[in-house]
Design a binder for this molecule. Structure first.
Ligand code: NA7
Length: 579
């Protein structure tokens, strides 16, 4: 399908500017350019494609989704020509896959590498996108494909810059190999990245490895293995069905969620049910009980099972107890998979510092001083301290919508979006896997494909109809945000501080950021919105029609003053738009 002939792009440099050349950006470019015949520019900060998989190249970096489903499903040639080598792909293999896709679809020629978007402003009806090379281009559509975890976060430890040894962040690992031999190494953080990098560093000839842990995590064994030819043939034979199942599932996996609860089962029964899943390894463990994330009784039993597994795996009882999570339910923080993580602590040269009991006081020139007065000396500190997740990268881009209002102002109290795809006040902006969409609660390529296809079809519809602008109404956005919060409140996610809750960065507002209602329900919802003629959106041919949603009566001056009196912190831009 091509819409080229039906629209006039004379007043813009490109039909669309896309930010990011990871899974989302590559597919978005292909759909818009090759299927709709549009002019597209992709801006990518890195020197190559890959997104997350370009940056997270620390030892042990591996995808926790199984390889054969952590990929695109839109192109049969790609699916049959690419063969994965292991059950879970290591970072270099995922990166190689994305390079293969970029070459196969000839995508590189429309990607500007090594370039960062410094601002994107909606001005006189088009997006003006400025980059750090000093250029500004205009486009009708502005699409962010920046991933959910792409701005690394390093806590502001006192005196951090005084440290004179080597420092690394897992999310910004150097391309040259890092030499751990005979070094005294610290790793701070035991999230998914820490749990992958710690055993790899622990395997090396390090002199000593010290792990600084704030919150212990529940890690289930990955049980990685090579994918032999026979397994691959079996996958290929059923590939279409496997992918269809993944695309219809609540979390984007072709897993059967067991329709059972553990809430009223005896612990012995729960153990019997969990044991085969544990032996099998991987995230199928998560779908053993359908109410894992809503029923505290079920979750407590599963958590208890995992705690015992940790105690069994770690030789020193004191270290084991430090590694056992007791303050949160399993999978309410992002659940990692592991390979030899707990075993690593049985090595004589690996030690654990619980920074909840004994916080980091400050960095010194030679290492880290903890509050018990001990000076830990290190040659190298690895920060596995996570990301300014979900909104961080979007907010850094300095995005300004209609009426000069920035996304940062708009999201001062947390993100509010319509469908996680767009924002009121920001016409023709689309956010692939944006906050309030399922994204990180699922096997990412699945919701990415859903979003890219939805956005592309929407743009095709607009261009065919000659409609210039699309923008969520305020009412639809408010309703979606409320719906998201209501759903989150029904789950156990909200019982713990986590990056899902926007809580890992100081001063970020506490709010659950992904959509917790499931990929399947979500996908049905966005398809229905489209079927109903873009319900909840304003489709407009002129700027004057935007912001007049029709849902709200125009405010008189006295009503406006009354509103302001009731809520002095109310955003003036909101008020003016109503008035
Ligand atoms: P995460 O999951 O955010 O983990 C970060 C870790 O760093 C976590 O254990 C944090 O402890 C710890 N942390 C953060 N700040 C501090 C301070 N100030 N002191 C001590 N420890 C700290 O990031 P990952 O990179 O592991 O994983 C992110 C995602 O990337 C992952 O889920 C995959 O989807 C890919 P906390 O738990 O907050 O107490």
């Amino acid at each position: 399908m091509s819409v080229n002939a039906t629209h006039d792009q004379a007043d813009v440099d490109y039909d669309a500017v896309v930010v990011g050349a990871g899974f989302s950006g590559l597919y978005q470019l292909h759909r818009l350019r090759d299927e709709l015949g549009l002019s597209v520019k992709v801006v990518e900060k890195a020197d190559d494609v890959g997104g997350t998989w370009y940056w997270n190249r620390y030892p042990g970096a591996r995808c926790d989704s199984e390889s054969h489903i952590y990929c695109y499903s839109f192109n049969e040639e790609i699916m049959s020509e690419w063969q994965w080598s292991e059950r879970y792909p290591e970072q270099p293999e995922v990166l190689e896959y994305l390079r293969f896709v970029a070459d196969h679809l000839d995508l590189r020629k429309d990607i500007e590498f090594g370039t960062e978007v410094t601002s994107a402003t909606f001005e006189e009806g088009t997006w003006q996108v400025e980059t750090d090379d000093g250029e500004t281009v205009s486009s009708q559509f502005f699409i962010t494909a920046v991933g959910c975890l792409s701005t690394p976060y390093v806590p502001d430890f006192e005196n951090r810059d005084a440290y004179e040894g080597e420092t690394y962040h897992t999310g910004k690992w150097p391309h040259d190999s890092v030499d751990f031999e005979d070094k005294r190494v610290a790793v701070i953080g035991t999230g998914a990245s820490g749990i992958q990098v710690i055993p790899e560093i622990g395997k090396e000839d390090v002199e000593h490895l010290t792990v600084f842990q704030r919150t212990p995590n529940y890690a289930v064994p990955a049980r990685n293995r090579p994918l032999d030819d026979q397994t691959w043939e079996d996958i290929q034979r059923n590939y279409e069905d496997i992918m269809a199942e993944a695309h219809d599932d609540g979390s984007g996996f072709p897993f059967d969620t067991a329709r059972q609860t553990a809430g009223d089962l005896a612990m012995e029964e729960v153990e019997q049910i969990l044991e085969p899943r544990w032996q099998e390894g991987g995230w199928r463990f998560l779908v053993t009980f359908e109410d894992l994330l809503i029923n505290p009784y079920t979750n407590e039993k599963v958590s208890q099972y995992l705690r015992e597994k940790i105690r069994e795996a770690v030789d020193d009882p004191e270290t084991a107890e430090k590694l056992v999570p007791t303050d949160h339910y399993y999978a309410t923080k992002r659940p990692p998979l592991h390979t030899d993580y707990y075993d690593t602590f049985n090595r004589g040269y690996v030690s654990l510092v619980d920074v909840t009991e004994n916080p980091v006081e400050r960095f010194t020139a030679d290492g880290i001083r903890t509050e018990d007065g001990v000076e830990h000396e290190f040659d190298m500190v690895v920060f596995a301290t996570g990301f300014d997740a979900m909104t961080g990268t979007l907010l850094q881009m300095d995005i300004t919508g209609r009426n000069g209002r920035t996304l940062e102002e708009k999201w001062a109290d947390g993100p509010n979006t319509y469908l996680g795809l767009g924002v009121h006040g920001f016409p023709n902006l689309f956010t692939v896997t944006g906050p309030q969409s399922p994204s990180v609660l699922s096997n990412m390529p699945v919701p990415i494909e859903h979003h890219v296809e939805w956005i592309s079809d929407t743009i095709a519809d607009l261009l065919e109809e000659g409609t210039r602008y699309i923008e969520p109404t305020r009412a639809a956005e408010e309703a979606w945000t409320e719906h998201n919060m209501d759903l989150a409140e029904e789950t156990l996610y909200t019982t713990v501080d986590s990056w899902y809750m926007n809580e890992n960065i100081p001063d970020k507002p506490t709010v659950f950021t992904p959509y917790p209602g499931g990929v399947d329900v979500y996908h049905d919802t966005i398809c229905e919105v489209k079927q109903k003629g873009y319900e909840g959106y304003t489709l407009a041919d002129s700027l004057d029609e935007l912001g007049r949603d029709g849902e709200k009566p125009k405010l008189g001056i006295f009503e406006a003053m009354e509103l302001l009196h009731d809520d002095p912190d109310m955003d003036l831009a909101d008020l003016m738009e109503m008035a």
